[in-house]
Design a protein around this ligand. Sequence first.
Ligand code: ANZ
Length: 828
Amino acid sequence: MAEAYDPQAVETKWQARWADEGTYQVDNDDPRPTSYVLNMYPYPSGPAHMGHVRNYTFGDLNVRWRTMQGQAVLSPFGFDSFGLPAENAAIKTGTHPRVFTDARIEELKASIKRLGAVYDWRREVRSHDPAYMLGNQRIFLKFLEAGLAYRANAPVNWCPGCQTVLANEQVLADGTCERSGDVVVKRDLEQWFFKITAYADELLDAIDGLDWPERVKTMQRNWIGRSEGVEFDLQIVGRTRKAHGDDASIRVFTTRPDTSFGMTFVVLAPEHRLVKDLTTEDRRGEVDAFVERVLQESDIDRQSSEGPLDKRGVWTGSYAVNPFNGKEVPIYLADYVLGTYGTGAVMAVPAEDQRDWDFAVAYGLPIVRTVQPPDGWDGQAYTGDGPRVNSEWLDGLVDTAEAKRAAIDWLEDKGIGQAKVNFRLRDWLLSRQRYWGCPIPVVHCPVDGIVAVPDDQLPVLLPDDVEFLPTGESPLRHHDAFLHTTCPKCGGPAERETDTMDTFVDSSWYFQRFTDPWTDEPVDKAAAEKWMPVDQYIGGIEHAILHLLYARFYTRAMADLGLGPATVREPFARLFTQGMITADGKKMSKSSGRSVAPSHYFDTAGADSLRLFHLFVGPPQDDFEWSDQVDSMIEGCSRFLNRLWRLGASSVERAVIVNRPATPADQEVEKGVHRLIQKVTSDYERWSYNTTVAAAMEQVNTLTRYATDGDGARRETLDFAVDTVLLLLAPMAPHVTAELWELRHPGEPSLHAQPWPVADPAMLAVASVTMVVQVNGKPRDRIEVAPSISSEEAEALALASSKVAAALDGARPRKVIAKPPRIVNIVV
Ligand code: ANZ
């Protein structure tokens, strides 16, 4: 009897061996075909919780599986180590963010290592590494030079109490400052932007070619939000171009110019530049109060459909002319019209737009249908197709695209409008008034303006001797030695930029850095060309938009500026978004206070059982609620691995193992194993891990019975079967399978160095199926036939059956209906 399975001893042994032998280290001159598997690099918040365990189990399975398929698999790990929590901890506890962060990294690393997930730790990258900051700053300066980084005024959250800018996270749901309790207002301040909109079209078009979940692709498309329409001018009543220039008209953007005859009012955003000008004296009090209130609201609140509409708008007292029919329409303001989209002004067509309809009803404004709705349609806007009505020269046109085209042509002919494509996507505001981030490497000179820090003075590092005070301001602004510098151009006194970069900048190119983290350049193009794009990226759906879009933009911009390989424009060829582990319905995370640590399970059932549990509990893309039943499920996985251990160590109780030629029963066992190879391989490809664990469990039970029942097991068959099961389970439960393999094959290369098994097609063919022969609908015989049997053969076999002959009792068949290979029906 082999020794009992001791998970801790086995796991420690193999983890040390993989690390010592560098089993999963790959060099950049590795001749094997390449593959790149990557989990999104985590924010280091302390020891791993079950959410991490689940994600890294999926990633590790992919790394090991691809390795067994003969690929050189790049499997790096790093830390998204800049960010607000470390800075807040510093303010609270007085620990420097670097010390705090490094400690959290070590905790996370230690707990990940016990999972047995394999990474090439030589390639580790942390956002706050000086070498990484150097890369970040060099890339930034290239973007600046190319006009992809620029400064502009932007509305930011401003706390009048603290006299500082706040991040969105610091503004409470009721719009007050988390620290002072003051009402946070929007204020225009100079900020840094990346011109991601220059890539809007390309980023949108390329989504089609990505092997990503449809849900994520849709979210990206909506976020970019391309819309085709037209911009045109409405004359303001009482104004002339001669007297008022550009202020004589209001420009609107619409996607439905075909409905223009139905425009019964115009709505401006409260921040529209003409608001003050258009407000008549008797309306001023109400308008001012309204504008002040709306400017406090977030864009999200403003676009929500909640709240009574009669409180959400106000009339300015002025009118504009609808150029299509010459009618005068009132000009309103409404919170839901955004100043940052289109022209910040909308022609309202209540009959064909539900929001305009509701607004018209609330303010008693006219509603004129311009698309004929179906009979019985009443009391709401109609956005479907139908003939144009009340639209003069558009009347009768049914095709919406054609009607739009006609309206745009008319506007262009008259010289008052042009076709226009708009994007919802805005440029990326990247500056943060924070300490724990990568400094933006420029100085502000009173003579030369913004001047790049020269390359030989990079990286601009964060000074350590700063005080973290709860003032809400970046300590960099109060650090004289950092702040005061000389201008690299004129040598005069200048101030260093104290804004740091959004941490999404760090996560936009780290995956390229992994391909050669030792290079002096941000990215070694040859190395990146070899490994990129990431073949399998794994991470949470919460990154569906910002991170994944920013990374796509960065990859393109870097390629265009010669900072990355020209051929690599998409960073992540294939994306998997795993489900969340939830506790009480909420995402498991350290900050939620609901995190379950894996260490207890590592110490008891072992890492392999825990991995198997995570693979087994359900489809990887689904959320999983952590509950009281989990312990018994992990126990179940542990019992399975013990059964595997007994089988693999050939100590199955009462096992009889004999040498004999293969009987049909032995052949059935072999075929079952080939079918398992096929199933596991295709399940791994499809990320259907729960079904593959179930099949493996069933197979182990079958083999255990085979080894103990009846005539006993044939040695060759059992060896082949057990070895194959170990190979197939190796990516899921890497320790126990490696140990069993070594027991069974002492002195041979390790299990993880073995090639992935391939199913023999001949063994997959199902030898026969049972064909039922019926006479007048009653089953009379069952015949084993080849699955490929033809109708004629099936009919002949059926008629030749003695049981059928007995049932016919001399009667002549009237009709024979053969549905090979399952059924033949004889009618008499
Ligand atoms: C008249 C109209 C009639 C409209 C109709 C729609 C339907 P997307 O697809 O998102 O581009 N709009 C324009 N600028 C706006 C702004 N700054 N804030 C809020 N809404 C704005 O939507 C474009 C449509 O959204 C435009 O077309 C305009 O309403 C509105 F039957 O014009 B439409």
